[in-house]
Write a protein that binds this ligand. Structure first.
Ligand code: ZN
Length: 150
């Protein structure tokens, strides 16, 4: 599952297990201070609770639409709530991690003194100061000094 839920700390960085843990702790702190994140993450259980009671009916409807009856209908009715759960929490969670948590990890990594791209986490080592953009994703490169304060 690490392709779906990666830790977002660049594996090339010479970090100990403790340092990786510390970066994740800092990342959660950065995540937590932005209250939008909490609201966004709460939409997952919210959406789940709002829709789970209809999931079986929707599953049954889909089964009927694709012409399935009997066992197929039963499977779809039984599987729909599970599918909804996976979509909400596994896939939805991974998407939120990618767009809301990963940038926090990159910022935390920069605070630990490693010049990684704040957009994609690429390690910007060995690039001269004239390089103004990340070679991986092309986003503007932040000076490392800016993020060490605060
Ligand atoms: Zn980048």
């Amino acid at each position: 599952m690490s392709w779906l839920w990666p830790e977002y700390v660049n594996h090339d960085l010479p970090l100990t297990k403790q340092e990786r843990k510390a970066i994740h702790r800092d990342a959660w702190m950065l995540w937590w201070v932005n209250r939008w994140n909490i609201a966004l993450y709460l939409t997952l259980p919210g959406f789940y609770l709002l829709t789970v009671f209809f999931a079986s009916d929707v599953g049954g409807l889909v089964a009927t639409l694709i012409g399935g009856g009997g066992l197929v209908l039963k499977l779809f009715r039984a599987g729909a709530p599970l599918a909804l759960f996976v979509i909400c929490f596994v896939v939805g969670g991974a998407v939120l991690q990618r767009f809301r948590f990963a940038p926090c990890v990159y910022r935390a990594t920069r605070r630990h003194g490693y010049d990684v791209c704040s957009r994609c986490g690429y390690w910007l080592r060995g690039l001269d100061d004239d390089t103004k953009h990340c070679p991986e994703c092309g986003s503007a490169r932040e000076p490392i000094t800016e993020v060490t304060a605060g």
